[in-house]
Ligand binder design. Structure first.
Ligand SMILES: Nc1ncnc2c1ncn2[C@@H]1O[C@H](COP(=O)(O)OP(=O)(O)OP(=O)(O)O)[C@@H](O)[C@H]1O
Ligand SMILES: [Mg+2]
Length: 329
């Protein structure tokens, strides 16, 4: 059977006019105007590692840029779906990258304001009947024109309880994610395995997420580099012996409970600063600028990671009130 030829349509009736295929748009000018390269380069510089994440962000930025250039030539298309899911262990940079993402989306004109509203289940779901919808809508209103970042998003869904109020939040989110995608980008974040089962139970949510970014754990070398960045930002430095002590500290700390990647590095440095301050205070007399800047190996070896084989931030069992869990640091 032969397929009948499509009735010929005069070119002017088509929105895509072949005769204008030669029209051009200056990529450099669009880049310059959006200043998005600056943000991408800053992201590369400020954040250690995260190669796959950085690559995906460049790809998303390219997509948005092309979309914008198409718009400039009158090529209309539906706003691309930009909702995302960031998975990874604690302290791998999810919140930090979400903030940068909000800036990129703003520079490329995909959100009006470029702010980030970070929430968890408790901010969205009410305790009583009738409380959830207003609570969720209030947060959505605050996030409009920017990014809504939902940490540990899987807590919105409780498999064991069909009448859980979280379901109401999910339904409102689903609607807004579809209908207002040109004014709000939703980023769901959390552990990968839990997020996967959340998506399995909520296919509507899964189908609305266009980009999945997985944040790998950092290697010890990357954590050392992150430490140097944090020290520089706070105007401190390690002596060579302290650097060696910190490598040993990390090796031990990484194997202990509640290790949370870059956040544990930041928390560790906070403790070293505390010990340095105590050391200087105890010494008394005149202190030099170098003294104030320098963290010595003793400031690190005094950690309970070395002395007791436990993380500094975990309270000894007898000191913590019954039933209280150790902090997830
Ligand atoms: N690649 C990196 N380079 C430099 N600093 C980093 C990097 N990743 C994270 N950090 C720092 O580590 C800290 C924790 O990062 P962030 O809060 O983004 O992690 P997270 O993945 O959101 O953690 P959680 O899942 O616990 O919320 C921040 O202070 C951030 O500046
Ligand atoms: Mg976070």
């Amino acid at each position: 059977m032969t397929v009948p030829p499509i009735a010929s349509t005069p070119a002017e009736d088509l929105s895509l006019d072949d005769s204008e295929d030669g029209a051009t748009v200056d990529m450099a000018a669009v880049l310059e105007e959006s200043q998005v390269m600056e943000v991408l380069e800053k992201l590369d510089r400020d954040l250690v590692g995260l190669k796959p994440v950085k690559t995906r962000i460049r790809e998303i930025a390219a997509l948005l840029l092309v979309d914008r250039m198409r718009g400039g030539l009158g090529l209309s298309s539906q706003a691309p779906s930009l909702h995302m899911c960031f998975t990874g262990q604690p302290g791998t940079g999810k919140t930090t990258v979400a903030l940068r993402m909000a800036t990129i989306l703003h520079r490329l004109g995909f959100v009006r304001k470029g702010h980030l509203v970070a929430v968890t289940r408790d901010d969205l779901v009410g305790q009583y009947i009738g409380h959830t919808a207003p609570k969720t809508k209030d947060i959505l209103k605050k996030a409009m024109g920017g990014v809504l970042f939902i940490d540990e998003a899987y807590y919105l869904y409780r498999q064991e309880n069909e009448r859980d109020y979280g379901q109401e939040t999910i339904e409102i989110l689903l609607q807004v994610m579809e209908n207002q995608r040109d004014d709000l980008v939703v980023i769901l974040a959390g552990y990968k395995d839990r997020m996967d089962s959340f998506f399995q139970s909520n296919p509507g949510m899964s189908s609305r997420i266009a980009h999945h970014l997985d944040f790998p754990d950092y290697s010890i070398e990357e954590l050392m580099e992150i430490a140097q960045l944090i020290l520089a930002e706070q105007m401190y430095r390690f002596t060579p012996a302290a650097e060696q002590a910190f490598a040993e500290y990390l090796e031990k700390r990484m194997a202990m409970p509640y290790f949370s990647n870059a956040r544990s590095v930041r928390n560790g440095i906070d403790r070293f600063r505390l010990r340095q301050a105590n050391r200087l205070f105890a010494k008394g007399g005149r202190v030099s600028k170098a003294d104030l800047i320098t963290i010595e190996s003793d400031d690190i070896y005094a950690s309970r990671v070395f002395t007791e084989g436990i993380p500094d931030e975990v309270k000894p069992p007898e000191a913590s009130p019954a039933g209280e869990e150790a902090p997830a640091h």
